[in-house]
Design a protein around this ligand. Sequence first.
Ligand SMILES: [Fe+2]
Length: 653
Amino acid sequence: MDMILVFSFLLFSLISQIQSKPTLTANPRTLSKSGDSVLIQWSGINSPSKLDWLGLYSPPDSAHDNFVGYKFLSSSPTWESGSGSFSLPLTSLRSNYTFRIFRWTESEVDPGFHDQDHNPLPGTKHLLAESEAVGFESGRGPEQIHLSLTGRDGEMRVMFVAEDPEERYGEKEGRWRSDVAVARAGRYEREDMCHAPANHSVGWRDPGWIFDAVVSGLKDGVKYYYQVGSESKGWSLTRSFVSPDKRSNKLVAFLFGDMGAPTPYLTFSRTQDESISTVKWILRDIEALGDKPTFVSHIGDISYARGYLWLWDEFFHLIEPVASKVPYHVCIGNHEYDWPTQPWKPDWAKSVYGTDGGGECGVPYSVRFNMPGSSSEPTGTRAPATRNLYYSFDMGPVHFVYMSTETNFLPGSNQYNFLKHDLESVDRMKTPFVVFQGHRPMYTTGVDIKDAPLRERMIEHLEPLLVKNNVNLALWGHVHRYERFCPLKNFTCGSMGPKEEDWEALPVHVVIGMGGQDWQPKWEPRPDHPDDPVFPQPERSLYRTGEFGYTRLVATRKKLTLSFVGNHDGEVHDTVEILTSGRVLNGNNDDDNGKVGAIHKIDATHYSLPHYVWGGSILVLGGFIGYVIGFVSHARRQVAQGRGWTLVKTQET
Ligand SMILES: [Fe+2]
């Protein structure tokens, strides 16, 4: 009898195990392009737990701990039945994905295995199920297309990422039609990263090949259509850009810092869902602007990959709708660069420059972007030099200058010499306005003691250059808020009288680090100041807000207008206007020299250009297959909710 019971029990257990073996499927098995969604379905999870989780892996042979991201099954509404599903948009990492389900228990929480915010990362001891691989269709052409100005007339730089270079991607220009741009391929290797996580298997992912081409001979202010790719590997969808117009006396641009990118999963690094709104509203504005030259300026802390290198792919996927249409300009932030081995680390900066670069040491930033000029600093390792540090260009009536707050800017340095010479050489007849940009702010009112030694030196050495050369606007990131100051010199607002000649032409400083990163400890309540929980707002700070968003710059030859657009409603919440004299006006001026807080009316100007059609079977950069269309004017006007010059203490939260 006993034997029968034991046998029955074993049989029952065996049947139960067979019946309860979890299944995990992912469909479709082949996606067309980045952003397409895969449906992940599971069933048969016994005794479902809130800690059961799904890991995303790419490449498929990644170790269990080397996931690119994870989601708890409990975020599916039916998880308690042991079955559920997720629909996840995937970005191509140039290798397949697989998905694995694990059981994790509270007793297995490992304090040493946590994300960058010190949240515990899930354990991988108990694998319950694994899916088949999901890949991307070949022959769909490169991805991550992004444009930038070269600083030279009639040119546009086009960069993109592809899985591998073909032999004929070389520089045999004789084989190409002379009017088609040839792309050079570049990449970085795991050995180029200076530390973990970037050079560790947990953070390293192959970047593919990054292509860089310059198209030249462009006419001013003309819309061109283009494709990138090759006959054998396929072509991108047709894109378009409007070439810069050096004759234009008007400019609209979009500027912010610290944006990052979203991911459809949790991962080792904090990601930035708010960036979706920033890109959405900027796209709205670009479409409303019509076919006029414009550009985007992202002043540091760009992808927030911080050594988890696939997050760069997520970032470029996010910005592609904008960056394949208008030039996307950047300067370096701490999260692209900082590491204790960096070449320039003076004693006074010990609290300033830490480990924020996650072992990237500026390498992905330097290879994935190619900004105007030739500034570079050696890395001190085998890695390619750090580039895109300081440069300038003219766009419409504005001269834009970019600096690196992460490398030497003190008198005697290459950067200081560049900035001094550049600012002293501006032809104000050509560009009446000068806008200066860098990552770490010269002025902020947050609780940021760490950066104080840097700010002191910026005010000591750089501010005199800005003041002497009549820089109109200085834009900074790093602090994840919007904050506008009065025209400043050494913490003091400039004198201002009723007449224009009474005004002291000082730079207006604005912190615009509100692009998407939500980390705000510099503004956290101060427990020892219960009656004044947020850092006090001194008189020089005219407006500050905790809302995310971006700034819109509108410049004519007479007036420069900077408006803050909030992501929460897409509306203008602060405006400052600066005349060429340096005088700062109220925000609600309504004359015709640039509509305050809105994209001013664009003249319906028509251009013509010969109709280019060319093909070619071996093109790297598919030439312009399009032609010029007449510009369509989309005039938009809206009344700004501008803030006057009167000192206002505004704290929006
Ligand atoms: Fe930063």
